[in-house]
Design a protein around this ligand. Structure first.
Ligand code: SF4
Ligand code: SF4
Length: 317
């Protein structure tokens, strides 16, 4: 296959863009970008559209690998190298302050994927990395103050990064979660590169009731839509218990009681935290910008990790 035919096959498979590139060891790779639109509406347990797209991209990439192999180009899926630096060096987008790659058409709303190609191919030369215009909107919108330096996320603070660890969620960040079950889009929603990249309606997310009630059909559907790794029952349940803590609906929190005796340590820990939260006071973590600012200020005042932010804010003034 020629280089042009490889790229064309990727586009025909359903990817929005693709590049041939070389990794740090000089091995040729096919880098893919699968774009998605962000859902405008959410249920009471919000799952970022990224996670649905990520599973679709994974399935497409598997199909693409089979197609290329059948056409005489041996290749396999391989995510062992960081994809963002490759995407930046080979022109898939510019570097955003929020650490994400911003594609000229898809903004940061794309899933990167990669195939390792076992053939000798011509690849373009990497180019210098370009930066976004650094408007600062993502930094201001981050409810956890995780974006301080350009393109560096403070992983100890990022709400999204801490969600899939399987460990108890950092207590100081819990009041900021609100209805975020999986993912946090605050630093992408405000980015001008993502303007208009929304879709009406939602992704059909499950209700918090179904998750906390252990509804089998609900978990099976999520497994199919998000992939078995992302949709592990204990992970979702543990996150659902944190979301439940922010709900005023008196019927939700009691659903957490059976999980006080759960076998999983993280589920037990989150259930206990959920049931200990004051019922009539807001926890913070709501997802509109004004409320996020309020929640961020409240959390800053309430915990020592965030106290350093307040000091920096004063210094800036
Ligand atoms: S919001 Fe502004 S600073 Fe942040 S990534 Fe987008 S363009 Fe860059
Ligand atoms: S994902 Fe959320 S918490 Fe993480 S940097 Fe972006 S806005 Fe901040």
């Amino acid at each position: 296959m020629t280089e042009q035919e490889i790229l064309q096959t990727a586009l025909e498979a359903g990817f929005g863009d693709a590049r041939l590139c070389r990794d740090g060891e000089g091995r040729p790779r096919l880098l893919t970008a699968y774009p998605y639109l962000r859902a405008k509406e959410h249920g009471d347990a919000r799952i970022s559209s990224y996670y649905y797209a990520s599973q679709r991209s994974y399935l497409l990439l598997r199909g693409l690998a089979e197609k290329l192999c059948a056409a005489g180009l041996p290749c396999r899926r391989d995510d062992s190298v960081p994809l963002k630096p490759l995407a930046l060096a080979y022109g898939l987008g510019v570097q955003g302050r929020n650490s994400l790659v911003l594609h000229p058409r898809f903004g940061s709303q794309m899933v990167l994927g990669c195939l390792l190609l076992e053939a000798e191919l011509e690849t373009p030369e990497p180019a210098p990395i370009r930066r976004c215009e650094d408007c600062g909107a993502c930094q201001r919108a981050c409810p956890a103050g995780a974006l301080k330096e350009f393109a560096k996320v403070d992983l100890t603070r990022c709400l999204r990064t801490n969600m899939l660890s399987g460990k108890p969620y950092p207590p100081q960040l819990r009041p900021l979660l609100g209805d975020r079950l999986l993912g946090c889009d605050a630093c992408q929603e405000v980015c001008p590169h993502n303007k208009g990249l929304e879709k009406p309606g939602g992704d059909g997310e499950p209700s918090l009731y179904a998750l906390l009630a252990g509804d089998k059909a609900c978990y099976q559907r999520l497994k199919a839509e998000l992939g078995p790794n992302t949709a592990r029952k204990n992970r979702l349940l543990a996150q659902a218990l944190l979301c439940a803590a922010s709900k005023k609906d008196p019927g939700v929190r009691p659903l957490g009681e059976p999980y006080l005796q759960d076998k999983d340590e993280t589920v037990r820990d989150h259930a206990a935290w959920c049931l200990q939260q004051p019922k009539d006071e807001p926890l913070g973590g709501q997802t509109n910008a004004r409320e996020e600012k309020h929640a961020g200020n409240a959390a800053r005042a309430a915990n020592p990790l965030r106290a350093s932010d307040a000091a920096e804010d004063r210094g800036r003034a």
